[in-house]
Write a protein that binds this ligand. Sequence first.
Ligand code: GLU
Length: 292
Amino acid sequence: MSVTADIVTRFAPSPSGRLHLGHAYSALVAWRAARKNGGRFLLRIEDIDPGRCRPEFDAGILEDLAWLGLTWEEPVMRQSQRMNAYAAALSTLEKQNLLYPCFCTRKDIQREIDAAGHAPHPAGPDGPVYPGTCRRLGEDERAARIAAGEAHAIRLRMDDAVAAAGPLAFHDRTAGTVPVDAAVFGDVVLARKDVPTSYHLAVVVDDAAQGVTLVTRGEDLLPATHVHRVLQTLLDVPEPDYAHHALLTDGDGRRFAKRDRSLTLQAMRETGKSAADVRAEAGFPDDPPAAG
Ligand code: GLU
């Protein structure tokens, strides 16, 4: 069996708006990487955020991808139905003593950062690096606050996690071999106060569960791969290959965003564009997907 025969890719949008041209590009990159090599293309709906995700956007994703001519394997994975898997992964990390509860609000974190007076304060690829406030709490205080029902997130002890994982690298089809430096993220959130998981944890658990061998996604997510490699190692799941692609931009060089209503696939369809037109605009003029 050749290496490429086993290729498994996925498109993993969040149903927090309609898909736009940038999503079409991303989906086509993943679809094409699988189909070109006789592999499998999977769809995963990243709907962990109940405040932003809507069933009508979930339905819209399926409608738009089918209209574009893409086919995917059933069943579609939905992260909102995977909380048991995330809890199991957290328990694996907890047993390695790599987690702690964090009671801070955003305001608490900002106040602590301001009080520390660093200028400029180190900012990780996820935003400001957590100043470690709750990491310093004693066990008794932690237990008392949890017992009192105080809302808390779960954070990773990043320095210990990095030490436990040992030296790592990941392979990106464009960037080549990239040495992992996850420490710059600080103690990332692995479970939110309102949802018992996070982007980083859910992606790692689900790419492994779906057997994804090639992660294709926008280059804006390349920094997150440093954290993902550490988690993959600690959770003892296989390392996928990566292909981070440039983001499609509009004529003015700006990234497409949810605010660009006119560039949703739905709007393009309603103004009479065909799926072939949209595929061409997304940069795949000569590569129309064959049905089936
Ligand atoms: N759900 C993420 C997004 O919509 C993509 C996740 C990933 O590819 O790792 O940007």
